[in-house]
Design a protein around this ligand. Structure first.
Ligand SMILES: [Ca+2]
Ligand SMILES: [Ca+2]
Length: 200
């Protein structure tokens, strides 16, 4: 009995350790909004059981020579934050959303964007280790309506072994839900607890 308990604990610890590679994940992407000038953003979720200190963390698109966009502050387990392209465009379209990082990837001097024919989002920690990467596309098996028709891309399987697998993503709500985890059309969780269980 004790041996069995120890084995279970060992397995739980192993599973917990494996999560560390995906402690901060991308849960929603708006790469081609319905406006003529894209209002781009993506959403990050603390998928770990610890408070993440994001000092020194940064994001990049597919071109790793582009300017690093710093993350900042801390995120408690289950917290959601948005990385916006252009603050003025983002706040004009989503005036109620305040949980976004101060640094934006289309700010003057940074100026990279999320390509409408596919692109990559990379999240690095303070040790310059890649903690999450999504290589998205606008063609099958990726949902195609997020390519300018209004919906966002939403992650429907947080345990997906490869976030660059389009089958782990679905078309979200029209204009998306930046900063709020109301993921997916089919598995929408109505409560925070539901969201947590969906993502664990
Ligand atoms: Ca775009
Ligand atoms: Ca959302």
């Amino acid at each position: 009995m004790r041996t069995a308990t120890a084995l279970v604990l060992t397995l739980m610890l192993a599973a917990g350790a494996a999560l560390a590679a995906n402690e901060l994940i991308v849960t929603e992407i708006m790469y081609n909004s319905s406006e003529s000038t894209d209002v781009e953003w993506f959403e990050l979720y603390n998928n770990s059981d610890v408070i993440l200190d994001l000092t020194g963390w940064y994001v990049l698109d597919d071109n790793l020579t582009h300017t690093r966009v710093p993350l900042s502050g801390t995120m408690v387990p289950g917290a959601v934050m948005v990385v916006a392209g252009t603050e003025a465009l983002f706040t004009a379209k989503y005036p109620g959303v305040t949980n976004y990082f101060p640094a934006c990837f289309q700010t003057y001097g940074v100026e990279w964007s999320l390509g409408n024919s596919g692109d990559q989002i990379n999240v690095f920690d303070a040790s310059e280790q890649l903690v999450c990467s999504v290589l998205f596309d606008d063609g099958a098996p990726w949902p195609t309506s997020p390519d300018g028709s209004g919906p966002s891309l939403v992650l429907v399987d947080a345990a997906c072994p490869d976030y660059s697998d389009g089958t782990c993503w679905a078309a979200g709500a029209n204009d998306g839900t930046p900063g709020v985890l109301t993921q997916t059309v089919s598995e929408e969780a109505s409560t925070w607890g539901g969201v947590k269980s969906l993502f664990r």
